[in-house]
Design a binder for this molecule. Structure first.
Ligand code: NAP
Length: 242
């Protein structure tokens, strides 16, 4: 049974992805930072439908905690075969109003976290000559968002990271791809009121915002052997909004 690690899978897109990969037959490591109860709910749900899962608390912005998490997963489940770099945080506000700490923490979680996790994941993948990494970027990484400048820069960075790492580890049999969601109905957008959601739906050719499952299905495809010849690519899941 292959092992999948989904960072930030206690809620939202990560939780839907963890459940979908478990249904596809992976043992799933559910990573989270602070919400123990939400992570346990995801694990219980997976075990409830006959899947295998365990929660692993680690702050992905800390290389030490990331290293410990990979060691713990290897002990519990075996080495990670599929890494989904999903954990992320948003910050809305003008760049000029952001503190240095806010800029650093946003970058550490949204960009460096994926890099730290990928660095740990590829060591055994290179030895096995097999593995899959999927980075969750954002449409703002493709087109840029005012008032989300650092977030956009990190998400654009993930796109560059995907393309470069795919070239570096492709000869070792590792595929690296990126999914770039549009507006998805999760806690990250909870401050949007009904009026703002309606306006976004009207702007979207498919006339709705996305669900976590919309994104999870694309991740599950990229993780699977169906995507055997796909690497270094960016898949936009956004209803056509950009
Ligand atoms: P969400 O509902 O806010 O969930 C975020 C998840 O990340 C939670 O599981 C959270 O854990 C975890 N997390 C946050 N910081 C972490 C850290 N330092 N270490 C480990 N885990 C951490 O987010 P979402 O909307 O599902 O977004 C998932 C990904 O999709 C993010 O990368 C986001 O940027 C991207 N995205 C989202 C949208 C959207 O519209 N929602 C659009 C484009 C891209 P806790 O529960 O413990 O806090």
């Amino acid at each position: 049974m292959k092992v999948a690690l989904v960072t930030g899978s206690s809620r939202g897109i990560g939780a839907a992805t963890a459940k979908m990969l478990a249904k596809a037959g992976y043992k799933v490591a559910v990573n989270y930072k602070s919400n123990d109860a939400a992570a346990e709910d995801v694990v219980k749900c997976i075990i409830g439908f006959g899947g295998e899962a365990k929660s692993f608390r680690a702050d992905i912005s800390s290389p030490e905690e990331v290293g410990q998490m990979f060691a713990d997963i290897a002990n519990a489940f075996g080495e990670v075969d599929v890494l989904v770099n999903n954990a992320g945080i948003s910050h809305i506000g003008l760049l000029q109003d952001m503190s240095d700490e806010e800029i650093l923490s946003l970058t550490q979680v949204n960009l460096l976290g994926a890099i730290y996790c990928s660095k740990e994941a590829i060591k055994p993948m290179i030895a096995k000559k097999e593995g899959v990494i999927i980075n969750i970027s954002s449409m703002w990484g493709e087109v840029g968002a005012s008032c989300e400048v650092v977030y956009s820069a990190c998400k654009a960075g993930l796109i560059g990271f995907t393309k470069a790492l795919a070239k570096e580890v492709g000869p070792s049999g590792i595929r690296v791809n990126c999914v770039s969601p549009g507006v998805i109905n999760t806690d990250m957008n909870r401050e949007l009121n009904d009026e703002a959601i309606d306006a976004l739906c009207q702007e979207t050719p498919l006339l709705r915002i996305g669900t976590p499952e919309d994104v999870a299905r694309t991740v599950a495809f990229l993780a699977s052997d169906e995507a055997d010849f796909v690497t270094g690519q960016i898949f936009s899941v956004n209803g056509g909004i950009i």
